[in-house]
Every structure is written in structure tokens, then in C-alpha cells.
Design a protein around this ligand. Structure first.
Ligand code: ADP
Length: 304
């Protein structure tokens, strides 16, 4: 009797294992068609992480990568990328092969988000870690991402289940971008994000300080509403690149609320220029990493 039970149990475990292996193979296959995978993280909520993710995606699309940028909104409990890109109310459509198709924004940005699966705005997601990990895995392996230059992953704040799942699941992640804002409370948690990235072995591409001062639209003078400069100080003290500062601009909030990407509509604003500079630095980081990576590969292939 016990023997039969064991055999049945082993059979089902073996089936689960082979399903898992199949899904992992599918995930690797999908991810190798995406040139660069970058996670955007923050120590705490409300610092503008999703705003930065969306505007970086738009900036990349405008800088020669149109139709080749994707966003995985991995904030299962508070997804807001669809709203910021004017995609609210859209649904993920399934194809005949069981694959899901991302929703595409005006600038050709491919988006996948829990928001596309929820019945309405009030519906909360009350899930534990393993279920969230499974969904994230499916968002990576069962979605027809196609060939992309960049996949940006908007992670929920902190260093919990979702950030850990993403860095464990995505092979060859280029690195993480850490978003902070000028306050001692935010600065303290940035260090946790850096420590998290270092512990899981993912490079830190750099730190962005969002809501860093306010540029008066009348006279162009910069007013430091909060204590600015903390992001740069931490970057310098921890030996991490500082990517740049994005000022407060009420238009960023207005455009996000209306679902139209800020930098696409306000190209000459100081905030849009800051985003453009940050994109250049990200591209420089990636170029350098590619050269170093290729040197390592060539060295290994040379048989030395
Ligand atoms: P997080 O993802 O860190 O929780 P959000 O990106 O949702 O934060 O931003 C929180 C709010 O702050 C949003 O309403 C957004 O429009 C606004 N916001 C973010 N950055 C700026 C900025 N630089 N200037 C003005 N408003 C901003």
C-alpha cells in the first residue's frame, strides 16, 4: 500500500519537475531574444520608481529603440505602469499556442502587468510568495515578448519576494537601477538596495535621484524643496555610478495621470533632458559591460 502511494507521489513529483524544467527552458529561450534586461528598484515606495521606469522606456524608444522596448510591471499588488502609459482597461490576449501577447503602447512599448488581469480597480491581490513567483515566471516564459533591445522590470519597493524572483529567474541580467529621492529616510534604504544587488550578484548600473529640486518655469531658477544631493553622496561613498537627478515637475504627475508619457510631450523640459542624459549613461554602461564581457569570453575561448 505504502509502495503504491510512494510510486504515485514520485510520479507526480517527476511530472512537476519536468514541467518546471520545460518552463525554465522556455524562459531562457524567451530571454535570450532580449538584448538587455534591467530591473528598476527602490528601497521604499513613492519615490517615483514607476514614473522613472516608464519615462526611461519612452526615452529609449525615442533614442533609436522604437518597437524594441518592453516593460514588465512586476508590482503585483500595486501595478501602475498601464495607467501611466494610457493602457488602462486593456487585456492580455492569448494566442493559439498558449502564449500571451503584451499590450503595446503608442510608442511601441510592450507592456505586461497584473493590471491587465484584474477584473476592476478595487480588486486587491492577496497572494503569498510562491504564487507571485509563479506568475512572474509565467510573465517571463509564457509571453510573446519577441526580439527586444531592452526589457525594463518595474519591481515593487524593497527587497522581498518579487525582486528576488526576478534576479533568480532572468539569466544574464545587465543590472539594476536604483531610484531614490532626497530625504534621509530614502537615503538609508538605498543602501539596502545596493546591498541586495551585491548579495544576489547583479551589477548596479547606477542611482537616480528623482524629485531632486524644482525648476521654476518662470525664471528657470532651481529651488531645492527637499535636501538634494543624497543620491550622489551615496553613489560616491559606495563606489556606484550616479546616473543623474530628475527635478520635480508638476507636468510629470499630470501626464502620468492622463496616461501620456511625459518626456514624449515635453522634450525640452529640464526633466526630459535629465532622462535623455540618463539614457546615454545607461547605454555607456551597457557598451562597457559588453566590451568587458566579450573580452572575458574571448579570453576564455582563447584557451589561456
Ligand atoms: P513609486 O513607483 O516609487 O511608488 P510613482 O512612480 O508611482 O512612485 O510616483 C508617485 C507619484 O509621484 C506619482 O503620482 C507620480 O506622478 C509623481 N512623481 C514622480 N516623480 C515625479 C517628479 N519628478 N515630478 C513630479 N511628480 C512626480
Amino acid at each position: 500500500m505504502t509502495k503504491v502511494k510512494n510510486t504515485a507521489g514520485q510520479a507526480s513529483t517527476a511530472k512537476e519537475h519536468s514541467e518546471q524544467n520545460q518552463q525554465q527552458d522556455q524562459l531562457k529561450l524567451k530571454m535570450c531574444k532580449i538584448k538587455h534586461k534591467i530591473a528598476v528598484i527602490s528601497g521604499k515606495g513613492g519615490v517615483g520608481k514607476s514614473t522613472v521606469t516608464v519615462n526611461l522606456a519612452v526615452a529609449l524608444a525615442l533614442h533609436g529603440h522604437q518597437g524594441k522596448v518592453g516593460i514588465l510591471d512586476a508590482d503585483i499588488h500595486g501595478p501602475c505602469v498601464p495607467k501611466m502609459l494610457g493602457l488602462k482597461g486593456q487585456r492580455l490576449i492569448g494566442g493559439p499556442s498558449g502564449l500571451l501577447f503584451p499590450v503595446t503602447s503608442r510608442l511601441g512599448i510592450k507592456v505586461v502587468s497584473m493590471d491587465f488581469l484584474l477584473p476592476n480597480d478595487e480588486a486587491p491581490v492577496i497572494w503569498r510568495g510562491p504564487l507571485k513567483m509563479r506568475l512572474i515566471q509565467q510573465f517571463l516564459s509564457d509571453v510573446a515578448w519577441g526580439e527586444l533591445d531592452f526589457l525594463l522590470v518595474d519591481l515593487p519597493p524593497g527587497t522581498g519576494d518579487e525582486p528576488l524572483s526576478i534576479v533568480q529567474l532572468i539569466p544574464d541580467m545587465d543590472g539594476v537601477i536604483i531610484v531614490t529621492m532626497p530625504s534621509e529616510v530614502s537615503e538609508a534604504v538605498v543602501k539596502k538596495s545596493v546591498a541586495f544587488a551585491r548579495q544576489v550578484g547583479v551589477p548596479v548600473i547606477g542611482i537616480i535621484e528623482n524629485m531632486s529640486g524644482f525648476v521654476c518655469p518662470e525664471c528657470g531658477a532651481k529651488v531645492d524643496i527637499f535636501k538634494t544631493g543624497g543620491g550622489k553622496r551615496i553613489a560616491d561613498s559606495m563606489g556606484i555610478p550616479y546616473l543623474g537627478s530628475i527635478p520635480i515637475d508638476p507636468q510629470i504627475c499630470n501626464e502620468s495621470d492622463c496616461g501620456s508619457a511625459f518626456i514624449a510631450e515635453n522634450k525640452s523640459s529640464p526633466a526630459a533632458k535629465a532622462f535623455a542624459e540618463i539614457v546615454k549613461k545607461i547605454e555607456e554602461f551597457i557598451e562597457k559591460a559588453d566590451v568587458t564581457g566579450n573580452q572575458v569570453k574571448n579570453y576564455q575561448n582563447s584557451g589561456v
